[in-house]
Unconditional design. Structure first.
Length: 307
């Protein structure tokens, strides 16, 4: 996605203050994305997955629309990219977020974050396939370490014993793969589209479609939705979707893409700790070891290499 849509009005005269603000924004993104998974977990406690995804996006849509109007950004994709608009709406917003919600009905929020943290690695693989970008030996080594550790995490958590949990794992990995594919296709066909245009109408239409399909197939009882789940949906729509988005693209103006990409390595740590606290589970020594190895492997794939 293009990063030209969000400007940084912060002109800090004192270098130390600028560094402090950048570090604070980085922490905010890590916390925002790290708590997203717990928010999803709480939301689907009393809201079916399709309906939950639709409500989340419909809560976020007015704010995105307001940003688009204030910044005078076009709402429609270029005419020659209308197919790409449909692709983004379906493969970035609609189906993946339903899969994430479904997956979190069966998998812990911390494990969900660890599974999804492999998304940048899938980007690397798809970039090699579709963009003919070379994968270097160090990156291959990191991929092998990461996915080997991921297998050990799943095995150590005993998910092989439960079919529903396996389906949850597959749903989350499928969402990560679809997001990765969408990023690569965006790099090839949508780099000229502003970030706000990229998000606004797709998130609104995806929200409406998901809610309608949820009303038809899930028949949610809105009177049974708990205050906790409504609070989680508001948090996901206003803070995680909109707030995290804004801060992330502000940081794109202040940090190198490689450094900023380590958000994907750090936020799972927050997610595992916060999820274990909420769910009252102990983080085992094996899980800590395999998680650290997993994130280290994925971090290797993101280190700059000599061309």
């Amino acid at each position: 996605m293009s990063s030209t849509a969000v400007s940084t009005p912060l002109n800090i005269s004192k270098p130390w203050l600028g560094g402090f603000i950048t570090s604070l924004l980085f922490l905010i993104v890590c916390l925002s994305w790290g708590t997203t998974w717990l928010g999803i977990k709480i939301a689907v406690e009393s809201v079916p997955p399709l309906t939950a995804a639709g409500l989340r996006f419909l809560i976020a849509f007015p704010l995105f629309l307001g940003f688009a109007v204030l910044r005078k950004e076009p709402l429609l994709f270029p005419r020659q990219s209308r197919w790409f608009f449909v692709f983004v709406t379906l493969s970035y917003f609609s189906l993946p977020y339903y899969l994430l919600n479904y997956g979190e009905m069966h998998v812990s929020s911390g494990l969900t974050a660890l599974l999804f943290s492999g998304m940048p690695v899938f980007i690397l693989i798809f970039s090699a396939v579709f963009l003919r970008e070379k994968i270097h030996s160090a990156q291959m080594f990191g991929i092998a370490i990461g996915f080997g550790s991921l297998f050990m995490i799943i095995r150590s958590q005993g998910l092989h014993l439960d079919q529903a949990e396996w389906l949850g794992v597959l749903a989350i990995l499928s969402a990560a793969i679809m997001h990765a594919l969408c990023y690569v296709v965006t790099k090839k066909h949508g780099s000229a589209i502003s970030v706000i245009t990229y998000n606004t109408l797709p998130i609104g239409i995806a929200g409406l479609m998901l809610l309608v399909v949820g009303l038809v197939f899930e028949s949610p009882a809105f009177t049974s939705i708990t205050t906790r789940s409504w609070g989680a949906l508001l948090y996901l729509g206003l803070v995680a979707s909109v707030g995290g988005f804004i801060v992330y693209f502000i940081l794109l103006k202040r940090l190198s893409p490689v450094l900023l990409s380590f958000v994907f390595i750090i936020f799972p740590v927050f997610a595992v700790i916060i999820g274990a606290w909420y769910e009252g589970t102990e983080i085992s020594r094996d899980l800590m070891l395999y998680s650290a190895t997993l994130l280290a492997g994925f971090a290797i794939t993101k280190l700059p290499v000599k061309r």
